[in-house]
Design a protein around this ligand. Structure first.
Ligand code: ATP
Length: 302
């Protein structure tokens, strides 16, 4: 990964009449990273993407992709990106293969060996008319058209919608592979587990505002953990309750179970200074809890 910026948004604002769909959104996506863009329904994810791609004009602010202005260089940008729109519209009477041929021609030809590989890995059926495919199978055609010219930047709006869990995994592997090869991936998603699995960083948008921007690893380190401790003698809950970050203390004789959302090192130091710990275990941090907090709270945590 480099420190170059692949996608830049600056004070992007979009009003639809009275609806403030986007408010001063600022964002930098680094070249080669997978950036997860999360938010509840109506948060402004699609509006952000469509503004970045000049499908709609912002009320104010600007965006650039690969250093090219979204509006002034919209055509040039399309040559370097792959795009999976949220409302994928394909010609229903064309087969998957004809559809991909059409997109390949628009792009001045692609490596068909790679198209075959993508088709196989996503188990896509290119022989049927797109209109006769299930929504998940139609989505696969949309994914292949976005990946097939090995774009520098992939922008995808809810790309795994409709894919079954097995295909979601295959798609995630694909995303990681292309990112390792240098492609920047902007992934708008509802699926926390997907973002947790593939993204390097995540931006959370709510009511048109970016309310969090963080590395997935650091989000995880902040997540609430359940800590189980075993001591060499009975202990009292009142000893643990005042410690910073500690909640929900349950004591049973020599065992203590508590929730903790601070620095693990600090907690361990305080406890081991005072008691003899026989055993300790922590349960894997669950990002879901943290995301739900972001979704609910209004405070700005960027
Ligand atoms: P979802 O996850 O449901 O797809 P989203 O995060 O992509 O949601 P947007 O589609 O960007 O959200 O919508 C943001 C806000 O802008 C919503 O309140 C939506 O109702 C509003 N909006 C979007 N498009 C239009 C439009 N063409 N006219 C009026 N309001 C719109």
């Amino acid at each position: 990964m480099t420190d170059q910026i692949a996608i830049h948004a600056e004070k992007l604002t979009k009003h639809y009449g009275d609806v403030r769909a986007l408010v001063d959104l600022g964002l930098d996506v680094r070249a080669g990273e997978i950036f997860g863009f999360l938010g509840p329904n109506g948060a402004g994810k699609t509006t952000t993407i469509r503004t970045m791609l000049d499908e709609i004009r912002p009320t104010s602010g600007r965006a650039s992709i690969l250093g090219l202005d979204s509006h002034d260089a919209a055509v040039e940008i399309r040559r370097h990106i792959g795009y999976v729109p949220g409302d994928l519209a394909l010609y229903p009477n064309l087969t998957g293969r004809d559809t991909l041929t059409y997109f390949a021609n628009l792009r001045g030809g692609v490596d068909w060996g790679y198209v075959e590989e993508l088709t196989e890995r996503l188990e896509a059926d290119l022989s049927k008319k797109v209109g006769d495919l299930s929504s998940g199978n139609r989505q696969k055609v949309g994914l292949i058209q976005a990946f097939m010219n090995r774009p520098q930047v992939l922008i995808m709006d809810e790309p795994s919608s409709g894919l079954d869990p097995l295909m979601q995994r295959a798609f995630q592997t694909l995303m990681r592979e292309v990112a390792r090869a240098g492609t920047t991936v902007f992934l708008s998603s509802h699926t926390l587990s997907e973002v947790q699995r593939v993204a390097d960083r995540v931006g959370i948008i709510r009511r048109g505002k970016l309310i969090a921007l963080e590395a997935v690893a650091s989000l995880r380190s902040k997540a609430i953990r359940k800590v189980n401790l075993t001591f060499d003698g009975p202990v009292e809950a009142s000893v643990f309750e005042p410690l910073p970050g500690v909640r929900d203390v349950a004591v049973e004789n020599h065992h203590v179970r508590l929730s903790f959302d601070g620095q693990m090192e600090t907690l361990l130091k305080v406890i081991t200074d005072r008691f003899h710990v026989l055993d300790i275990s922590t349960e894997a941090a669950d990002l879901e809890e943290i995301f739900l907090t972001y979704y609910r709270d209004d405070e700005v945590v960027v």
